[in-house]
Write a protein that binds this ligand. Structure first.
Ligand SMILES: [Mg+2]
Length: 381
């Protein structure tokens, strides 16, 4: 048995010139922060994870040093306690799964019991472009083989948001599956806008349902369980549009509550922010067994995208996840930026991705790039 000998956490910031105007952030982003967590064992192997900033985590590192890296359930239990007392520590869970895969010589998707390493992707946009440009972007995505595209709401007027959906449908018909993200579930720290209430969400939902939108994402605050259940009930009376949400919801038990109360059709936790792979794998299976869709939020850097892809492929597969988020909106959000921590960007072909057979996550870090972008902090400006 090897033992854990070190946990290292480093921060990196890629300067963004031109800045990245993410639709869910009132401040254009001039830096893309990445935090890398590395866990090493006594045999010299290293697992990597990424996601939250892990500020203050080193106070807890000693509870992992000297333990068996393969005791993943004990590690997850400690991390759940730390999550309660401090910040979100889940990048370490990702790194531990990567290390465990390297020790066992198996990819994470296989360790989780998966049998098919392929996932179908949707192009997840980020930038509010003029209507005509939005149509052009969607056309490009279709040409690249993506069968689904997610539009971001949040323009100054809801009519401007709805005009984008209408224009895409007018120009492209039902050539692609369309999702809409209302981004009402949470806010950046400096954004004081109030979330929608159920009546406002219902007005929008009727318009989206009429445009045959596949899912309406985060129409309400993440804690508005009664509102989500009511909206979902109403939406089911007018069509087949699904209600999606939960990308930053903090703990797995909250998702079980959302499931029990009939709040969502599509569950979108992100394993680098919530529960790690250890906490979300059983949740994914439960969501799928209940007949709902489990498809993780993946917005972040390439390491986090990989972790969530392994989680989805290893648990519910492409039949259960239907479409998995591929953060991609060039030029402002191209793979060169998203995957800068990796030696080469992840590779989607024809709107699908196939995870390899490399042990662990198969993430190869660009150490020179990480050295060049090393930083004391992990902030967006
Ligand atoms: Mg979202």
């Amino acid at each position: 048995m090897s033992e854990i000998v070190a946990i290292d956490i480093t921060h990196h910031q890629l300067p963004l010139e031109p800045p990245f105007p993410a639709s869910w952030d009132p401040q254009p982003r001039t830096r893309f922060p990445v935090t890398v967590v590395r866990v090493r064992d006594s045999e010299g192997r290293e697992g990597v994870g990424s996601g939250d900033v892990m500020y203050g985590f080193q106070d807890y590192a000693k509870w992992f040093i000297g333990t068996d890296p393969l005791d993943l359930s004990s590690h997850a239990a400690r991390l759940a306690n730390i999550e309660f007392h401090a910040g979100r520590p889940w990048p370490l869970d990702i790194a531990l799964w990567d290390l465990a895969g390297k020790i066992q010589g198996r990819p994470v998707w296989q360790m989780l019991g998966g049998t098919d390493p392929r996932l179908r992707l949707y192009a997840s946009s980020a930038v509010h472009r003029p209507v005509a440009q939005m149509v052009t972007v969607v056309r490009q995505m279709l040409d690249e083989g993506f069968g689904a595209f997610k539009v971001r709401f949040g323009r100054p007027s809801i009519d401007d948001d709805l005009a984008v959906v209408a224009a895409i449908r007018d120009e492209l018909g039902d050539a692609l599956t369309l999702m809409v993200d209302c981004n009402q579930g949470w806010r950046m720290p400096w954004d004081t806008a109030q979330p929608w209430d159920v009546e406002r969400a219902w007005v929008v939902a009727q318009r989206l349902s009429a445009e045959a939108v596949f899912w309406m994402e985060e129409p309400l605050h993440r804690g508005d369980y009664a509102g989500m259940a009511e909206l979902r009930r109403r939406v089911a009376t007018i069509g087949s549009m699904r209600i999606a949400g939960g990308e930053m919801t903090r703990e797995p038990y909250e998702f079980r509550e959302l499931l029990q109360r009939g709040c969502l059709d599509v569950f979108q936790p992100d394993c680098v922010c919530t529960g790690g792979i250890s906490g979300l794998a059983p949740l994914a299976r439960d969501v799928s067994a209940a007949g709902m869709v489990f498809t993780p939020h993946t917005w972040g850097n390439g390491i986090g995208v990989m972790a969530n892809l392994h989680l989805a492929a290893g648990t519910v597969g492409h039949e259960g996840s239907l479409w998995v988020e591929w953060p991609y909106d060039p030029p402002e959000w191209g793979l060169d930026r998203r995957d800068y921590a990796l030696t080469s960007p992840l590779h989607a072909v024809g709107g699908w991705i196939e995870l390899g057979s490399e042990p662990g996550l198969g993430a190869r870090l660009d150490e020179q790039m990480l050295a060049r972008t090393a930083s004391e902090r992990a902030t967006f400006q």
